[in-house]
Structure formats: C-alpha cells, structure tokens
Design a protein around this ligand. Structure first.
Ligand code: PLP
Length: 283
C-alpha cells in the first residue's frame, strides 16, 4: 500500500507527519472521501468542489490545484491497483514550531492521501439494509464544513457498533440532522422523498445532492426539510447516502422496524439509478 504525503508517494507504513501538525493538535484540517468503482473516481468534481468550499470557510489555501489533486488521486489508485474502494484525502494547516492557536505564518499546509479497498456495489448490507440507533447531535455549529474534528461522530458510531447497528442518526431539537457519516432520507406513505435541507446543521452530502437530482429528474417528489424519528418509523422506506455506501436501506431505528424490516423498492431503485450515474460519470 502506497500513500501520498506532501509531494511524495511512500509506503503507508512509512508515511508520517509531524506531531506538531495542526491536524493532530487542533483538528485544524479538512478531509474528503471519494469512492472508486472499476478503478475510476466517483462524483469527484462534487467532492473537490466541497473541498474547495470547506478550506475556504476556514481560510486555508490548498497546497495544490484541484486538477493536480485529482491527478494525485488517480496516480494513487493506479499505484495501489484499486478496483473498488475509496481514496481518502486530508489537508491541514500544517506543522508550526509550537502550539499557537492563531494561524501560523509561512507554514505549508499538509496534504496526505491513502486508499482502501471496498466492494461498495456488492456489500452484504446493501441487500439486508442496516439498523440505526439515535443519539443526541453533540457537534459544533458549522457541520457544513468537512472538518477532521470527528469526535462526536466517533462516539456516535461506537455506540451504534456496540448496539449492533450500522449507523447512528443524530438528533437535534427533536429532528434527525444526519448520520454519523451519511445523509438521512425517508420515503413517506404518500411517496415523498424527504431529506433535511442543506444548512450549517449538516454536511452537504455529495451523494445526497446527486440522489436528490436523480430523483427529481424522474419526477419523484422531493421535500427538503427536517423529519422526526416518529415520521421515519411511520415511513414507507428509509435510507442513508454517502460516498462509501452509495444508497443504503435503513430497516430499523432503535430496534424498531421500518415498514416490513426489508430494503424498500424505491431505495433499491434509487441505489441502481445512483450506481448507473456513478459509472456513467466516473473519471
Ligand atoms: N454527513 C456526514 C456527517 C458525513 O461525514 C458524510 C460523509 O462522510 C456524509 C454526510 C455523506 O457525504 P457524501 O455523500 O459526500 O459522502
């Protein structure tokens, strides 16, 4: 396994950054994850656009152009012979000589990437669906920034894992914000697709955006608004979206079954539609 660190391709076991790196000390960094299908990047323009937006929101200049970043992503996929999996990338404000909170001057940002293998299309959970648990949303108020400060999600997803669930849905003011690492959707009894509108309360999911557009193109009614757990439990179907699961059915919430406890037909259809879109637009 080869990783990329600040201009070099090195074995993953030798890939290192300083203990003074601000990503490590302050979580002063941004990340992105793009899926790889048949050796190609999925919806990467959307991920790179979000990367540019996230770094802009924290006044961090990318050390490379997004064009160059995509070239590096592709080179890493080729070097690691990734057929199906993902590329993780992270950019931090770099390593200073100490631990001043304010931005250091003349410090170069750190850029790292690594890959991992995952057969997203044929994942077992795609057929069975997953259970989710609900937890309070303990995050800060700028969740629209894809920052590496993920402790609230680490704790949420650990609680899910301990409960035998596949994801945690985070709750704020009685409404679902999103999953620990995914966007949340329901299909109401009258066939309206509901997902929370983008705002600083959630991350603007790239997969969410594509699925909403694909659904609207097919004349499906979409309502972007918050929903409650009670609404989700009364829904026809529920699912999550993310770069690493695409569209994934949610069949139970806190141990209570959604509909008949099986992935619903609309979820399965949107999953197929998304996979077709992914393959057709891969780079
Ligand atoms: N919401 C959160 C909090 C996430 O961490 C993620 C992905 O990691 C998503 C939503 C889904 O975003 P995307 O579809 O761009 O992977």
């Amino acid at each position: 396994q080869i990783a990329y660190v600040n201009g070099s391709f090195v074995p993953l076991s030798e890939a290192k950054v300083s203990i003074l790196d601000r990503g490590f000390l302050f979580a002063d960094g941004i990340y992105e994850v793009a899926a790889v299908l048949d050796g190609k990047l999925i919806d990467n323009a959307s991920h790179l656009a979000r990367l540019e937006r996230s770094v802009g929101e924290i006044s961090l200049a990318l050390p490379e152009t997004t064009e160059r970043i995509q070239e590096i992503q592709k080179e890493l996929i080729a070097r690691n012979k990734i057929v199906n999996g993902m590329v993780y990338l992270e950019v931090t404000r770099g390593a200073d000589t100490g631990r001043d909170f304010a931005f250091p001057k003349a410090v170069k940002p750190t850029l790292i990437m690594f890959t991992s293998v995952k057969d997203i299309v044929n994942a077992a959970s795609a057929k069975t669906g997953i259970g989710v648990i609900t937890v309070p949303d303990l995050r800060w108020e700028r969740r629209d920034i894809k920052s590496v400060a993920l402790l609230a999600q680490v704790l949420a997803k650990q609680a899910a894992a301990e409960a035998g669930a596949g994801e945690a849905w985070m709750i704020e003011d009685g409404k679902v914000t999103e999953g620990g690492s995914s966007s949340a959707f329901i299909l109401t009894q009258d066939d309206v697709l509901v997902t929370r509108q983008n705002s600083s309360a959630i991350l603007p999911g790239c997969t969410r955006k594509a699925v909403v557009a694909l659904a609207e193109e097919r004349q499906l009614r979409v309502e972007e608004r918050p929903f409650t757990v009670e609404e989700a439990l009364a829904a026809k179907e529920a699912f999550i979206t993310s770069a690493t699961v695409f569209v994934q059915a949610v069949v139970s919430i806190d141990g209570k079954q959604v509909a008949n406890g099986k992935p619903g037909p609309m979820t399965n259809r949107l999953r197929e539609i998304y996979v077709d879109f992914a393959r057709a637009t891969a780079v």
